[in-house]
Design a binder for this molecule. Structure first.
Ligand code: UGA
Length: 430
């Protein structure tokens, strides 16, 4: 058992803390948001993440997991301190590191004996060095310490499973003492552990997200070629994916990637590369293709409807991907906003994300279910591939729609079946 403190109880911090407690460690989760801490103490969970509520409840009950706003409590009563605060993008796409710096400073001023300080947030390469310098500068009680980089690879929507069953654990550090402690934390997860230097660990995280985004943009670029040539993207990526060197994952063409990670991280990595003197043009093109994908989709809508003004358009799916209520940088909004601007009437449904969406787009109609969002519409647009949408009764759907026109941004239906049912059906790359 290791005594752990996690500073920052956002997505990564909360799921990591809960899963560390689940495997037997003692965890203190610290956050400066008093409302959030009060909610967690009362058994509430601020995010929608399958399985998380049960794990938090179970571990709070055993006393292995607790929440506090008091950073001194966390630093004093733990051996290993994880920094899991946000690293938001600045306007120019670079990373705002002020929260990491502030936490490093506070840890330095608070700790009175040896501590391992672990960076869990996604950060630019060389952050570990800066964190170490900061702790050294503000180390009030001259306590010994080590800095570790331990990037997180969890996905929203299956974060608990990703954390409990990781493909690998990356530990960036020098020195035997912190390695042994980090291995003790991760030993119960029974995953391969890679120990490397801090810079390499930090780079692994950026390299992974960028490569996954590259795969998505590659499939999306192919979808444009498929449309122009009459080929079918489903068959193309199936044929590619069976090659073990390529793999089928992250080759789904659609409206492109969104969310809190890929857009921010790819942009950050191009900035980091620029700052290091390398023009990562490949990644800039990945971003360009991603933006183009929504534009190409909007063009299909315009080509079919001609004038959008005063038309009623139903939208299924707002979350940036299924099984999450997360709407930040969701492609759905990139589709909805221009249509709204042109005077379309928008009515939407999402199984989980409507509350969060209302904060961003209050002036559209939120519906009780998919059929209600489709009722009377000139066209229906699918932006997120929730299973609930795959299982819709298509005949019922067609009956409620004003015109049976479907723009499927996630390729969830079979084009032949849709044609047979009498829909005008446009999807991506097919
Ligand atoms: C991503 C990574 O997958 C995680 O490994 C990483 O830890 C996380 O970022 C992070 O840096 O914190 P996440 O953003 O939760 O996780 O979501 P993904 O499941 O990776 O999906 C990202 C986006 O790509 C979504 O918008 C999804 O719709 C899109 N996508 C994914 C596609 O368009 N096509 C695909 O084939 C796969």
């Amino acid at each position: 058992m290791v005594k752990i403190c996690i500073i920052g109880t956002g997505y990564v911090g909360l799921v990591t803390g809960a899963c560390f407690a689940e495997v037997g460690h003692h965890v203190i989760c610290v956050d400066n948001d008093e409302k959030k801490v009060a909610m967690l103490k009362a058994g509430g969970i601020p995010i929608y993440e399958p399985g998380l509520e049960a794990i938090v409840g179970r571990n709070v009950a055993t006393g292995r997991l607790r929440f506090t706003c008091d950073i001194t409590d966390g630093v004093t009563n733990s051996e290993v301190i994880f920094i899991a605060v946000p690293t938001p993008p600045r306007d120019d796409g670079s990373v705002d590191m002020r929260y990491v710096e502030k936490v490093a400073r506070t840890i330095a001023e608070t700790m009175t004996e040896y501590r391992i300080v672990v960076d869990k947030s996604t950060v630019p390469v060389k952050t570990g060095e800066k964190v170490a310098q900061t702790i050294k500068r503000y180390n009030k009680h001259k306590a010994e310490f080590d800095v570790v980089s331990n990037p997180e690879f969890l996905r929203e929507g299956c974060a608990v499973d990703d954390l409990l069953h990781p493909d690998r654990v990356v530990i960036g550090v020098t020195g035997e003492r912190p390695v042994a402690k980090m291995e003790a934390i991760y030993e119960p997860f029974q995953a391969p552990i890679i120990v490397t230097d801090i810079n390499s660990a930090e780079l692994i995280k950026h390299a992974c997200n960028s490569f996954l985004a590259l795969k998505i943009s590659y499939a999306n670029a192919l979808s444009a070629i498929c449309e122009a040539s009459g080929a079918n993207i489903d068959d193309v990526v199936h044929g590619m994916g069976l090659d073990k060197r390529i793999g089928r994952a992250f080759l789904n063409a659609g409206l492109g990637y969104g969310g809190s990670c890929f857009p921010k991280d790819i942009s950050a990595f191009t900035h980091i590369a620029d700052a290091l003197g390398y023009d990562f043009a490949l990644l800039k093109e990945v971003q360009h293709i991603n933006a183009q994908q929504v534009e190409r989709f909007l063009k299909k809508i315009h080509d079919t409807l001609w004038i959008v003004q005063d038309k009623t358009i139903g939208v299924l799916g707002l979350a940036f991907k299924p099984d999450t209520d997360y709407v930040r940088l969701a492609p759905a909004f990139e589709v909805i906003r221009p249509l709204l601007k042109e005077g379309a009437k928008i009515q939407v449904y999402d199984p989980q994300a409507m509350e969060k969406a209302k904060e961003v787009l209050p002036d559209i109609t939120y519906c009780a279910d998919a059929y209600a969002a489709a009722t009377g519409v000139d066209a229906l647009v699918i932006c997120t591939e929730w299973d609930e949408f795959r299982n819709l009764n298509l005949e019922k759907l067609k009956k409620v729609m004003g015109h049976p026109t479907v723009f499927d941004g996630r390729n969830i239906f079979n084009p032949q079946l849709m044609a047979d049912l009498g829909f005008t059906y446009k999807s991506i790359g097919r």
